[in-house]
Design a protein around this ligand. Structure first.
Ligand SMILES: *[C@@H]1O[C@H](CO)[C@@H](O)[C@H](O)[C@H]1NC(C)=O
Ligand SMILES: *[C@@H]1O[C@H](CO)[C@@H](O)[C@H](O)[C@H]1NC(C)=O
Ligand SMILES: *[C@@H]1O[C@H](CO)[C@@H](O)[C@H](O)[C@H]1NC(C)=O
Ligand SMILES: *[C@@H]1O[C@H](CO)[C@@H](O)[C@H](O)[C@H]1NC(C)=O
Ligand SMILES: *[C@@H]1O[C@H](CO)[C@@H](O)[C@H](O)[C@H]1NC(C)=O
Ligand SMILES: *[C@@H]1O[C@H](CO)[C@@H](O)[C@H](O)[C@H]1NC(C)=O
Ligand SMILES: *[C@@H]1O[C@H](CO)[C@@H](O)[C@H](O)[C@H]1NC(C)=O
Ligand SMILES: *[C@@H]1O[C@H](CO)[C@@H](O)[C@H](O)[C@H]1NC(C)=O
Ligand SMILES: *[C@@H]1O[C@H](CO)[C@@H](O)[C@H](O)[C@H]1NC(C)=O
Ligand SMILES: *[C@@H]1O[C@H](CO)[C@@H](O)[C@H](O)[C@H]1NC(C)=O
Ligand SMILES: *[C@@H]1O[C@H](CO)[C@@H](O)[C@H](O)[C@H]1NC(C)=O
Length: 804
């Protein structure tokens, strides 16, 4: 057998390579203090312990680094030359080390310089903060140095230039501002250089030192605030990976890169390049990865891209490309990922999919992202042959027709988004037959189509995608019964079944889930709220609960703060819920928006609790039977932007003085029994107020001239009160109103929608975005639709003043 002879050859080479120096140092050691324990030299052990002393290690990652654990070669992250015993490798990379993500921090103790034979140093993803100059200049044997993601700031130490053997240097994602790159001129062996995330805008001429790195094959200068780049003619034939993404080149820059014919990977994402993709790109025949997303590319996708037959990843997303997917793309059989997301690409996908589906032995396509385009036609049946597909995104195109059953053959599929198209017909068990790996399924419509997409699944169908996490079928037709196939989906975290035609109770079999978001709005679901929440739907993970527009009855659960302590968005509006609002609502410390409107809630509001809700932006309690005085504290929620208490029986005066006030944009107290004067703060301290609706109350007193301080006001409705005295002149002068388009009194919508819910939409994706404000928005559309911009009618204002 050949294996033993290979082993002995390796052993022999180790003897030749390492035994020489070992014997020499062994000789030296006999006359110094150094001695070895196990494999480890005591000098090096002490150096490592000094290094440890200087750091914080919260997760005790370096617990093996102890004086009494003598063989330092066995310590976590330490690697020794197994012949000489010298430490050659120190790997404290926290990013690789997924299990232990806690960072080491503190300084790098220069004692580390004692490791004279260190060849490999990886400190990626810690928080060391500063690099001692004298240390870095002295580890001269280093071949591999990764100091990325460590919050290093200021200048890069020029002593790095002493590391003349370096092959791999990664300083990326720190806070360096690099003025001077001269140190690079000495690093002639460098093959890999990553300075991404450093500010290189002031390095100027010094950038040319990169040109001298003759061995360079991989260069990453992403997000370096570069606006130009020297042409680097010296490695047009050696460089294989070039990442210049997130800089501001613009203009003709692209053409300059075309001569890098050896490139296998080119990333020019977000570099402000413009104009058509140059035809000359066909000469870059080695390209496997071409990333040109987030630019201003225009024109058609050139046919010649298909000449890049090695292409595996092509990303053109977020440009202004138009025209069809070139026919020739069907021949790109190595393609694993194609993204044309957010372009004006048109035409059908049939030829492309047919072409790829004929690839021998198999199509390798894993990701097909064609969403947000002008593509037309239907999904070709041949899609079922793209057996490697993991991600298929066709959302928001102009595609239509029936969804082919062959989709059900994509057994590797993990994410499917067919939302916002004009599909018709039905989805059957065949459509999902082999989708065992599905994690994300979105088939939603903007509004219910006249012939909704029908889910024709039998009640005993066993759903194959048991790992599904995120489901959004808004405006499809699933009802009238609660879809029984949800039964074995035990991993669901986000469910959006808005307006899917369910008129049923939440069944007893509903799985016990750790839901983060549940939206069952606009169905006809019956049942008592607390009961239903016991029914597997309560979850300490729950962040959004939207049951709006159903037939839920019963009361708001008293212990809602215990069953869903992390709730951020709660809507129970338009149901049949009765009883009072429990004070436990105020113990939902993460609450951002709450809407309980249009129910049969009664009694008084919980007192003195609202002001502690630091994140609360929206309170909508309108159209109930609530009564009594309104606690001062409701005005004091520090982020409150929309407060609607309209159509209730609230009474009493508004508080005359307030210490804190939220950044209110909408106040609607209409159709209650509030009385007394309109307090000064309402006019003087609400610079963002857009809608003020106090209609049909018993407010009285004068309005003063300073009321004109409401510069953003767009709708003012004071009608049906007992207000008297002059109407201030300046009422005709609200700057917000001046810009209102009279045919569209709801220009204010945009702003209500603009309430910052980004936190949630980022985490839950665009699918579960601003649903609660959408609900409120609809409400306002209805109640305000008949209002003038200003309605002061039915008061006791004196006409004398009006005329003046
Ligand atoms: C020494 O280490 C090398 C690689 O690190 C390994 O291949 C070799 O087997 C080791 N030799 C001995 C004697 O442990
Ligand atoms: C290189 O190392 C020598 C000796 O350690 C030192 O004197 C010199 O300043 C260093 N040079 C750089 C550029 O760091
Ligand atoms: C480019 O390479 C040539 C020859 O290899 C060399 O003379 C020249 O200095 C290099 N240019 C730069 C900027 O390093
Ligand atoms: C590309 O290479 C060609 C020929 O090798 C040369 O004429 C041209 O100037 C180069 N273009 C750029 C932008 O460097
Ligand atoms: C590109 O591909 C087309 C069609 O396969 C072929 O005719 C043309 O010669 C190719 N161009 C280059 C530069 O290879
Ligand atoms: C698509 O075309 C329309 C009309 O020309 C334009 O308004 C829009 O910005 C374009 N979209 C993209 C992504 O280029
Ligand atoms: C549902 O599927 C069954 C069996 O395939 C079929 O007989 C029935 O017509 C379908 N129903 C609708 C509404 O399409
Ligand atoms: C639901 O699951 C949670 C945690 O997974 C568990 O604590 C709870 O007892 C379960 N409830 C029921 C009714 O099974
Ligand atoms: C829930 O709210 C009730 C009523 O306000 C309160 O007594 C209870 O301590 C709260 N529980 C938690 C965990 O906050
Ligand atoms: C109306 O607004 C203009 C500009 O904002 C201001 O100059 C003027 O004094 C205002 N008129 C009244 C009556 O307040
Ligand atoms: C609001 O009402 C207008 C006019 O009735 C309508 O065109 C618009 O679509 C409505 N907006 C919403 C969000 O329903």
């Amino acid at each position: 057998m050949a294996i033993p002879s290979i082993q002995s050859a390796i052993l022999l080479s180790f003897l030749v390579l390492f035994l020489g120096p070992y014997l020499q140092t062994a000789k030296l050691c006999s006359c110094s203090d150094d001695h070895k324990v196990g494999n480890c030299h005591s000098i090096e052990r002490l150096a490592l312990l000094d290094f440890k002393k200087g750091m914080e290690d919260p997760s005790n990652k370096l617990s093996s680094w102890r004086l009494d654990n003598e063989d330092c070669c066995k310590w976590h992250g330490v690697g020794c030359n197994n012949v000489t015993g010298y430490v050659k490798e120190l790997d404290l990379n926290t990013i690789k080390d997924m299990a232990q993500t806690t960072r080491l921090s503190g300084g790098i103790n220069p004692a580390l310089a004692q490791l004279k034979h260190l060849k490999y140093l990886d400190l990626r993803g810690n928080a060391f903060g500063s690099i001692p100059d004298q240390f870095i200049g002295s580890v001269k044997e280093l071949r591999y140095l990764d100091l990325s993601r460590n919050y290093f700031e200021g200048r890069i130490p020029q002593q790095l230039g002493n590391l003349s053997h370096l092959h791999h240097l990664d300083l990326s994602k720190n806070l360096f501002s690099i003025q001077e790159l001269q140190f690079l001129s000495q690093l002639t062996s460098l093959e890999y250089l990553d300075l991404s995330g450093s500010d290189l805008s002031k390095t100027g001429e010094s950038l040319r030192y990169i040109n001298g790195l003759h061995s360079l094959s991989e260069l990453h200068l992403s997000d370096c605030q570069l606006s130009s780049f020297p042409l680097m003619t010296n490695f047009t034939t050696t460089l294989s990976v070039l990442d210049l993404s997130y800089n501001n080149f613009g203009g003709f820059f692209f053409k300059a890169i075309l001569n890098f014919t050896a490139l296998q990977s080119l990333d020019l994402s977000a570099t402000e390049i413009q104009g058509p993709i140059p035809k000359a790109i066909e000469q870059m025949t080695s390209l496997k990865t071409l990333l040109l997303g987030l630019n201003d590319l225009t024109g058609h996708i050139p046919d010649v891209l298909a000449n890049l037959t090695s292409l595996e990843r092509l990303d053109l997303e977020d440009n202004h490309l138009e025209g069809p997917i070139p026919l020739s793309f069907g021949a790109l059989c190595k393609l694993k990922e194609l993204s044309l997301y957010n372009n004006n690409i048109s035409g059908e996908i049939t030829e492309f999919v047919n072409g790829i589906s004929l690839c021998r032995p198999n199509s390798l396509l894993e990701t097909l992202q064609l969403g947000h385009t002008k593509l037309t036609g239907n999904i070709p049946y041949s899609i079922g042959n793209l057996k490697s597909l993991r991600i298929l995104y066709l959302q928001e195109t102009s595609m239509n027709g029936a969804i082919p059953k062959s989709l059900g053959q994509l057994s590797e599929l993990e994410a499917l988004d067919l939302s916002l198209n004009a599909w018709d017909g039905e989805l059957t068990e065949d459509h999902f037959a082999n989708l065992a790996n599905l994690i994300v399924l979105y088939i939603s419509f903007d509004e219910k189509p006249p012939k909704p997409l029908f889910f024709n699944l039998s009640s005993n169908w066993v759903c194959p995608f048991t790992e599904l996490f995120h489901l959004d079928l808004t405006n499809c037709q699933l009802g009238p019964l609660f879809p029984s196939w949800l039964q074995n989906l035990n991993q669901l975290g986000i469910i959006k079944l808005e307006n899917v035609g369910i008129s049923d109770k939440i069944p007893n079999w509903f799985p016990n889930l750790s839901l983060q978001a549940l939206d069952l709005s606009n169905n006809q679901i019956r049942g008592k709220v607390p009961l239903e929440l016991r029914n597997g739907l309560k979850s300490t993970e729950m962040r959004m609960l939207n049951l709006r527009g159903n037939l839920f009855s019963g009361t708001i659960p008293l212990n809602i703060n215990e069953t869903m302590p992390n709730l951020e968005f709660l809507s129970l509006s338009n149901n049949l819920i009765e009883g009072s609002i429990p004070s436990s609502i105020c113990n939902l410390k993460q609450l951002t928006a709450v809407s309980l409107s249009s129910n049969y809630l009664s009694g008084e509001l919980p007192q003195e609790c609202w002001k502690d809700l630091r994140f609360l932006e929206v309170i909508d309690l309108s159209n109930n039977h609530l009564s009594g005085k309104v606690s001062i504290s409701i005005w004091s929620a520090p982020r409150l932007s929309l407060l609607s208490l309209s159509k209730n029986g609230f009474s009493g005066n508004l508080p005359p003085n307030l210490k804190t006030l939220g950044p209110l944009r909408v106040i609607d107290l209409g159709e209650n029994s509030f009385s007394g004067n309109l307090p000064m703060w309402m006019w003087k301290r609400l610079p963002h107020l857009e809608i003020l609706r106090l209609r049909s109350n018993s407010f009285s007193g004068f309005i003063h001239e300073h009321h004109c301080l409401l510069h953003s006001l767009q709708i003012l409705d004071l009608a049906h009160n007992g207000l008297s005295g002059p109407i201030p002149h300046c009422f005709g002068n609200f700057s917000g109103m001046a810009t209102v388009d009279p045919t569209n009194p709801f220009s204010v919508y945009g702003s209500i929608e603009g309430i910052d819910l980004r936190r949630s939409s980022q985490e839950f994706g665009d699918q579960v975005n601003v649903w609660i404000t959408k609900g409120i928005e609809l409400e306002y559309n209805r109640t305000l639709a008949f209002l003038q911009c200003i309605d002061l009618s039915h008061n006791a204002f004196s006409e004398r003043y009006l005329q003046r």
